[in-house]
Design a protein around this ligand. Structure first.
Ligand SMILES: NC(=O)c1ccc[n+]([C@@H]2O[C@H](COP(=O)([O-])OP(=O)(O)OC[C@H]3O[C@@H](n4cnc5c(N)ncnc54)[C@H](O)[C@@H]3O)[C@@H](O)[C@H]2O)c1
Length: 123
């Protein structure tokens, strides 16, 4: 049976890119989804980088299906604590609403494993 894929959201960012590098070096088949709002294209060393948003339901659903994803590791987020206090709705929209969208897509696609690294969920 073909190897199932792992989707790493925020894989062009700090934590996500290190995680993806470890997974890639261990032979896992990876896809990174990152909108590059704070991430870096050159940090993605393994697999394909898809530049897009976790809030884009059509895109996420297509990735899960076309890349035969059974595991999602979710690191896409805004992460600056003072900014989250100054502009909580920006954080609510990205870290809460977009995560909910991602989870709904995963449930619909039958993704088996979801690794969730704690996000700033200020509201
Ligand atoms: N850095 C730490 O020490 C630390 C500690 C504890 C928890 N965390 C958590 O780990 C996660 C990642 O943190 P980080 O330090 O790597 O931040 P980071 O800003 O370096 O990485 C976040 C990545 O997500 C991308 N991104 C943001 N919103 C997106 C969206 N809607 N769609 C697609 N891509 C999107 C950004 O472009 C970036 O590449 C966050 O949830 C953070 O709260 C980090």
């Amino acid at each position: 049976m073909a190897q199932k894929g792992i989707l790493v959201t925020g894989g062009a960012g700090y934590i996500g890119s290190h995680t993806a590098r470890q997974l890639g070096e261990n032979g896992e088949r990876l896809v990174t989804l990152d909108n590059l709002c704070t991430g870096f294209r050159q940090a993605v060393l393994h697999g394909e980088l898809i530049v897009g948003n976790t809030g884009d339901q059509a895109l996420v659903s297509r990735i899960l299906k076309e890349h035969d994803i059974d595991t999602v590791m979710h690191f896409a987020a805004h992460t600056i604590v003072p900014e989250s206090v100054e502009n909580p709705l920006k954080y609510y929209a990205n870290n809460t609403c977009n995560t909910r969208n991602l989870l709904a897509c995963c449930a619909e696609a039958g993704v088996k494993h979801f690794v969730f690294y704690p996000l700033l969920l200020f509201m």
